[in-house]
Design a protein. Structure first.
Length: 376
């Protein structure tokens, strides 16, 4: 016997064992046995009367009508036949109750697993993975959607180990109802496969402290491990990752993380600038507005300006109006794989503010603009 047939036989045997462990299975067997027995009684007794049942086919038809439609197609006359027909009617109703109960149980189980993020989501392409959980997550998710007008809620997949009730509470908000959810460790390959990382376009990894008992080093180490796993599974995906401490920033760069967010460094810088009493914090808040059309905007410029001077690009924006002010260039925009493919030097997504007018604009650069109600 071939290995394939042996494997199939073992699979069928395991399926049979699982089926027999279910109490519904024994109830179904009992009901079917009683229906078969009652059909036999009707056949043996009613063929001797003038009820119209003349053979096995009529007895089986009588059973089918009684079980499926709760109706008698023949007028049974013998006492055993009537009793057997009553059994058919009652156990036919019980059979439907078992079947409907099983279907309901399966549907509820699927829905429960979906709500708890335990099922593999349907195939997606070009979606956005938001990995991790932190306080104020609902506001963070709303900001992500406002800052990325090209992303709709049904394109977002949450991957985290947060209590399922928190995610269910989040999805009660009509704005996030279509957001997908996968429960599990976002550094685990199997969890990421359920989120279809191989076809994702962007990932944001949050510094998730879990139960709050992990040290900053443990949280950041997990982030580095996650990015390594993600880049191994999908080298072309664009990953932004949050670090609590700069110590592991170099490890993230070696993992080819495309964008590193040093949260504590930003917080300390913001506090330091606020201490000067010059209103810097208000200026920074305005510049990093979550409105995708105002504040600092990174956008494409006409491809014809590649190879031209920075001064020419400045002139281009100055002619468009005062709502757009060019303040620099973002070099090597995109991800590490693109840089590697085109043998680009420097860091990925490296900002260059106010270069000299003679600076020649390279390939894969983008404009850094300060905008007020600007139109892309």
């Amino acid at each position: 016997m071939s290995k394939k047939s042996n494997k199939l036989r073992r699979k069928l045997f395991r399926s049979l064992k699982r089926w027999l462990k279910n109490p519904f299975s024994y109830l179904l067997i009992l009901i079917l046995a009683l229906i078969v027995l009652s059909t036999y009684v009707v056949y043996k007794t009613e063929t001797k009367t003038d009820s119209g049942i003349t053979g096995l086919f009529d007895a089986v038809w009588h059973t089918i009508v009684a079980v499926v439609a709760a109706y008698y197609d023949f007028y049974v006359k013998s006492v055993p036949g009537r009793f057997a027909s009553l059994v058919l009617l009652l156990f036919g109703m019980a059979l439907w109750a078992v079947i409907i109960g099983k279907i309901t149980s399966v549907i509820m189980d699927i829905q429960s697993k979906n709500n708890r993020g335990l099922k593999k989501i349907r195939p997606m392409k070009g979606h956005f993975l938001l990995c991790g959980w932190k306080n104020g997550f609902e506001e963070l998710l709303a900001t992500v959607l406002r800052s990325n007008p090209d992303i709709t809620p049904d394109m977002i997949v949450l991957v985290n180990n947060a209590p399922s009730q928190l995610v269910e509470q989040l999805k009660e908000n009509i704005e996030f109802k279509s957001v997908k959810y996968v429960a599990g460790d976002f550094s685990d390959a199997d969890t990421l496969k359920r989120a279809h990382i191989e076809t994702a376009s962007r990932i944001l990894v949050l510094a998730d402290s879990g139960n709050g008992k992990s040290s900053n080093m443990e949280v950041d180490s997990r982030t580095v491990l996650a990015v390594l796993t993600m880049k191994n599974m999908n080298p072309s995906v664009y990953i932004s990752a949050e670090l609590l401490d700069e110590k592991l920033a170099e490890h993230l760069r070696l993992a080819h993380c495309d964008e590193i967010i040093l949260t504590q460094e930003y917080e300390h810088s913001l506090l330091a600038t606020a201490s000067s009493g010059q209103g810097y914090s208000n200026v920074i808040k305005s510049l990093i507005s979550d409105d995708s059309d105002t504040g600092i905007i990174v956008t494409d410029f006409p491809a014809s300006y590649v190879g031209k001077s920075y001064q020419e690009l400045e002139d281009f924006y100055s002619k468009k109006g005062e709502s757009e002010i060019l303040v620099g260039l973002l070099l090597n925009s995109g991800n590490y794989q693109q840089m590697k493919k085109d043998s680009l030097e420097g860091s990925c997504n490296e900002p260059l503010l106010t270069p000299k007018g003679s600076y020649i604009i390279p390939k894969y650069a983008k404009s850094i603009l300060v905008c007020s109600n600007c139109i892309s």
